[in-house]
Design a protein around this ligand. Structure first.
Ligand SMILES: NC(=O)c1ccc[n+]([C@@H]2O[C@H](COP(=O)([O-])OP(=O)(O)OC[C@H]3O[C@@H](n4cnc5c(N)ncnc54)[C@H](O)[C@@H]3O)[C@@H](O)[C@H]2O)c1
Length: 364
């Protein structure tokens, strides 16, 4: 088992990375009174807990099965959990263990951040998206009014246990959607990660444990590097929004319906959108970068056009409006992250609707 220390300005905590970590997690939890530990477990994964030896662990402590899927990341689900905690008289020195993907992690972390103004939290991420992205960096959130993560806080856990074994049971679609987050980090910030994924895609797709561990460790370190110096997204962390402005416009367009577009799939199209903008802005080699990225995305069956998500007629004006509803827009226009070479990128503010609409047209 590897141990990485996450260092943020006001908090340091360990991230454990390996296979079969249930015993290590149990040991870690031993310092807490049993009554003060509550697992929030993704209902969908209860079937695989036995295989991964987590069933005994959650039964030793207390647990609640929580509905997963994006529909569950809402205010009602949050209120229901608050009521359960209150009914249990869950104490202010209690600790919540989020065992599930990004949805469970985001909602559990938001819950932990507001219940009694903040209780303990441990992430045990079980999807590729949550392992390489959502469990790190301290963002919590729920969707509201069809807007992704409209309500949320910044809140760091006390520890993270990344058990690679969980990734073996993921559906191909969810695995690939999570891989998009690693591809994104590589393309916009770390050439060697991008090259590793490109070169080793066969092993990664086959879920070879060593290849997975390498991608996961690399991705976690990049996310830590970008977020630890910039928790509140004032500078470098913004690079992680590569593909997100248009990606979130696509997610909102489809009313955050996971069956149509997983978050990673929307980001995949969003990255291609951003490179089209880079081409318009005459970034040297943008066309080459677009081709290279598209090739890698295809290897992971990730979409580069909206028609790959839905055959229904697309309303370009609504998509354009969604770009300008983006929560990260500034007064001067919407914010986009464009690559300047593989492994490097920059932030641009852009508002020319004609150009943006033309780019949308080329992605339908
Ligand atoms: N906080 C952040 O910084 C951040 C970053 C990126 C994404 N997110 C959020 O993450 C969410 C998406 O995360 P996600 O893709 O993990 O979604 P998810 O939690 O809905 O999981 C996807 C599916 O995989 C299933 N699943 C979970 N673990 C499994 C396993 N080990 N084996 C088989 N199936 C399993 C789930 O039940 C679900 O059906 C979005 O809400 C997005 O906004 C947050």
């Amino acid at each position: 088992m590897k141990k990485i220390i996450a260092k943020f300005s006001h908090k340091e905590y360990p991230i454990f990375l390996g296979n079969n970590l249930s015993t290590s997690l149990d040991l870690f939890l031993n310092i807490y009174d049993k009554k003060r530990v509550l697992f929030l477990v993704d209902k969908n994964i209860s079937g695989i807990l036995n295989k991964n030896k987590y069933n005994k662990l959650i039964e030793k402590y207390d647990y609640i099965l929580v509905d997963s899927g994006i529909e569950s990341k809402n205010i009602q689900a949050l209120l229901d959990l608050i009521n359960i905690l209150d009914d249990k008289n869950f104490s202010r020195d209690g600790i919540i263990v989020a065992l599930g993907g990004g949805v469970i992690g985001d909602i559990a972390a938001l819950l932990a951040s507001i219940y009694y103004r903040g209780i303990g939290l441990i992430h045990v991420p079980t999807t590729m998206t949550s392992v390489v992205d959502s469990c790190i960096g301290g963002k919590t959130g729920i969707n509201y009014n069809n807007k992704v993560n409209l309500l949320g806080t910044y809140y760091h856990p006390n520890a993270i246990f990344v058990d690679i074994n969980f990734l073996l049971s993921l559906s191909e679609r969810d695995f690939n959607a999570g891989m998009c987050e690693s591809i994104k980090k590589g393309l916009i910030y770390n050439k060697s990660l991008f090259k590793f994924i490109d070169k080793n895609y066969c092993e990664i797709i086959k879920r070879d444990i060593n290849a997975l561990e390498a991608v996961v460790e690399h991705s976690i370190n990049i996310k830590l590097e970008l977020t630890s110096s910039d928790t509140f997204e004032k500078s470098n962390r913004l690079l992680l929004n590569f593909g997100h402005t248009f990606g979130q416009a696509v997610e909102s367009y489809f009313k955050i319906n996971q069956n149509i577009a997983r978050h990673g799939e929307a980001v995949s199209i969003g990255m291609i959108f951003d490179i089209h903008l880079a081409e318009y802005l005459n970034i040297k080699n943008a066309t080459k970068i677009k081709k290279h990225l598209s090739d890698v995305l295809k290897k992971f069956n990730l979409p580069t056009k909206i028609s790959e998500l839905s055959k229904s007629k697309i309303n370009k004006s609504t998509l354009l409006e969604n770009i300008f509803k983006d929560k990260k827009r500034t007064i001067e226009g919407s914010r986009f992250i464009i690559p300047t070479s593989i492994g490097n990128g920059k932030i641009v503010i852009f508002k020319d609707k004609k150009v943006l609409k033309k780019i949308i047209s080329s992605l339908i």
